[in-house]
Design a protein around this ligand. Structure first.
Ligand code: UDP
Ligand code: MG
Length: 140
């Protein structure tokens, strides 16, 4: 089974959409094998999005991602990475297909409700960012 990292971002937690998003994840056939709610410091958000360091939206994005609680999950499924990306929809909620999470719960290209890893290497790196002790999560 493939693993991916999913995050319910502060905008969706604030609007109390976390429960509906988690239900959707299970309805899509994912097994949630790790889940925690936490807040990122600005520095932790910068570390997580370091790949976007040179982008004009980096500062605003990392302010947003450290602005409130998030829900971090490890999801498992066949083709988990691409299936979660498809379930979320494209980055800009206005362009995301009807029925996708970002279309339903996202507000702007920045405050777009959820995150998902985009490739096996990034999934492994992003999971290790939140789950330092890999052995512990395997036992959950
Ligand atoms: N983002 C933004 N402005 C943009 C593009 C992206 O604020 O023009 C934010 C948005 O929250 C997005 C995140 O930065 O989810 C990471 O961008 P990426 O291009 O990796 O999109 P994703 O993989 O999340 O669809
Ligand atoms: Mg991305």
């Amino acid at each position: 089974m493939e693993k991916t990292l999913a995050i319910i971002k502060p905008d969706a937690v604030k609007k109390k959409a976390a429960g509906k998003i988690i239900q959707r994840i299970e309805d899509e056939g994912f097994t949630i094998t790790g889940l925690k709610m936490l807040s990122l410091t600005k520095e932790e958000a910068e570390g997580f999005y370091v790949v976007h360091k040179e982008r004009p939206f980096y500062s605003s994005l990392t302010d947003f991602m450290s602005s409130g609680k998030i829900v971090v999950m490890q999801l498992e499924r066949e083709d988990a990475i691409s299936h979660w990306r498809k379930t979320m929809g494209v980055t800009d909620p206005a362009l995301a297909e009807p029925g996708t999470i970002r279309r339903e719960f996202g507000f702007s290209i920045e405050t777009n409700a959820t995150h998902g890893s985009d490739a096996p290497e990034t999934a492994a790196w992003e999971l290790s960012y939140f789950y330092k002790d890999k052995d512990a999560i395997e036992k959950l």
